[in-house]
Write a protein that binds this ligand. Structure first.
Ligand SMILES: NC(=O)c1ccc[n+]([C@@H]2O[C@H](COP(=O)([O-])OP(=O)(O)OC[C@H]3O[C@@H](n4cnc5c(N)ncnc54)[C@H](OP(=O)(O)O)[C@@H]3O)[C@@H](O)[C@H]2O)c1
Length: 240
């Protein structure tokens, strides 16, 4: 089938690479490049002029009015949504995120985008996803959101970010259970440590194209695809 997909935070980093990658897949009809900043979204869209099936759509996941307008736009144009990629997020790794010193304002800001934003976007698009014969929701998570992994290996404890992604994981599990009856696939996946603005373009990390490549399969699932799983960058299940 020809899929219509929305990627939030699609103007840069992994989201931008994912938009490009998905738009080139034969089963994809159109990819909405979601961006909160119209200039950044428009610029990103015009950088990919060769892809005529990419369209910029303004969506700030913390702003219910913009989410509602984006949903209405897709509803009018396409009548359904086949793939929702909840990619938009804040890292704020340059700020103090120590468990004993975290600023509650910072915690709220990160939760607002990474958790509440993701949930309100998802809820708004459920009716359009239900109109698709094979819909998938991909929540872009992180190894840092895995409580099992963090408790054992004690990697990098950035309280606001890690707690937001752990909560996204929890939401993913609940959503997958609820949408099983509708046949909507819901998974979380991590792109792995990737060179983007969020990580200060750290050269030891993988490229954002590689990050996007590891996420793409979970957006293009068919009726027999998995649901309720958390995948690592190599396509293997990762502990929640
Ligand atoms: N990079 C890594 O190593 C890594 C590892 C694991 C998971 N991840 C996850 O991968 C995803 C993409 O991250 P990235 O590394 O590509 O980061 P990035 O380059 O910083 O991009 C983040 C994107 O999210 C957007 N965004 C932030 N708040 C938003 C809001 N309220 N509404 C709409 N868009 C918003 C940003 O828009 P603006 O440009 O307007 O700020 C930007 O487009 C995130 O979910 C991240 O947690 C990344």
């Amino acid at each position: 089938m020809s899929k219509v997909i929305l990627v939030t935070g699609g103007n840069t980093g992994i989201g931008f690479e994912l938009v490009k990658l998905l738009a080139q897949k034969p089963t994809v009809e159109k990819v909405y490049l979601g961006a909160r900043n119209p200039k950044a979204g428009g610029d990103a869209n015009s950088r990919e002029r060769s892809l005529s099936n990419v369209e910029f759509l303004q969506i700030d996941v913390t702003d219910p009015a913009s989410i509602g307008a984006a949903k209405e736009y897709i509803e009018k144009k396409d009548g359904r949504l086949d793939g929702l990629v909840n990619n938009a997020a804040l890292g704020e790794f340059d700020k103090n995120q120590k468990a004993t010193e975290i600023d509650i304002g910072l915690l709220r800001q990160v939760m607002e985008a990474n958790l509440f934003g993701l949930i309100q976007t998802t809820v708004a698009f459920i009716s359009l996803l239900r109109k698709s014969p094979e819909a998938a929701i991909l929540n872009v998570s992180s190894e840092l959101g895995s409580n099992s992994s963090q408790s054992k290996s004690g990697q990098f404890h950035a309280v606001a970010y890690n707690a937001s992604k752990a909560a996204v994981n929890s939401y993913t599990i609940a959503l997958a259970h609820e949408l099983k009856e509708d046949g909507i696939k819901v998974n979380a996946a991590t792109p792995g440590y990737t060179q983007t603005r969020m990580t200060g373009y750290n050269e030891i990390a993988r490229s954002s194209k590689e990050g996007a490549e590891s996420l793409a399969p979970w957006v293009l699932l068919d009726k027999d695809g998995p649901t309720g799983s958390f995948f690592d960058p190599h396509g293997k299940e990762f502990p929640w």
